[in-house]
Ligand binder design. Sequence first.
Ligand code: SF4
Length: 236
Amino acid sequence: MTTAQEERTDDELKQLAEQAGRELENASALEILQWAADTFGKRFCVTSSMEDAVVAHLASRAAKGVDIVFLDTGYHFPETIGTRDAVEAVMDVNVITLTPRQTVAEQDAEYGPQLHDRDPDLCCKLRKVQPLEEGLTGYRAWATGLRRDESPTRANTPVVGWDDKRRKVKISPIARWTQDDVDAYVAEHGVLTNPLLMDGYGSVGCAPCTRRLLAGEDARAGRWAGNAKTECGLHG
Ligand code: SF4
């Protein structure tokens, strides 16, 4: 990030993000990530749930050694931790693992066991939202793998926008992609994916809050199934 960029106020960054969102709407995912890497340098990172490594792979092409931030909630499937380890081993990226303030055992002792069943919003706040907010402190821009076709709540995701909650530029380079685009990129580049995607899961989150999809369901229907909750609060 240049000195001029460093000195930008939040209002100027917001304006920059909104302008870039308009100008880059039809740009390729790689071009969007290249813009982010050029504009923010080391103050740009990619967050990954390790459902797949598509955005991490794209980002590593735009900026070698880019920071990939992974939230280890303590409730992940072993396959997800394995995907994180494999990404770290084979890709030219810097994986940073964030953890909540409390272990699952400490949380159970304070709030009672299985908080995810009784109050998933609080559980997500403690194990996802809070650690991410703390972990993103040093960055001015972060990229996600959000796609418009994943669910109605994500249908208007801009490729570059302003994250008002965290006061950062939020980049969704594959917002316009479909599942077919993802599958084609994975096949073309041999990108790592979470093995659970081959085992009936459409989206992979924490084990207690994720189930396999039923026929005809959208990709995120297996997350917090039976609960009105559809997002963990990271993207609200
Ligand atoms: Fe807790 Fe479930 Fe949220 Fe994970 S997805 S933090 S287990 S409520």
